[in-house]
Design a protein around this ligand. Sequence first.
Ligand SMILES: [Zn+2]
Length: 209
Amino acid sequence: MTRTRSTPCMTTLSPTIRNGALLFLAASSLLGVACGVRDTSASPEPEQSSAMTSADHTNPATSSASGSEKSADVAAKERLVRSDEEWRRLLTPEQYRILRQAGTERAFTGAYWDTKEAGLYSCAGCGQELFVSDTKFDSGCGWPAFFEKIEGANIVEKPDHSHGMVRTEVVCGRCDGHLGHIFPDGPPPTGMRYCINSAAMTFEPANAD
Ligand SMILES: [Zn+2]
């Protein structure tokens, strides 16, 4: 089976395209590194205590509850629980790696990092609406970035101390899928930056009726 795939696909590309691709990859990794450095410095270690949970980032459960006017019915519908086997079957390998195993796609490789089209971004796991394009901005980091979630969207924030960094992970509150991280270095009016993996979302253009 692997034999048929062993022909390097690069040979089918013209030299120009190949060079272009290499250049792009090189540029991507350079920028990715620069961005990573900035991220690290942007999560100030001395401020661990204040970074824990700022006052305006109250319990997501509370805020989402106040955001929806339809009480218990909605709350019951809020959670989507599937077995690992089901997730593996329903998601693409990349979606599974990111949503279910808290993976991260490489910078500048995702489908939406550079998308400027108007539309709606939803969770690729459960379809919950998460972000609108109005709140998307160019963070230069190679991942889709938003300064605000959709009002009432059930996004849960969790402290993440992995990789020697102090970060805040953001997870879909409905299906528990890993989306990305949130950093306090976004633009006004919120000053926050939701840094989200493209593979964790689906995009619906606004004019696609
Ligand atoms: Zn979800």
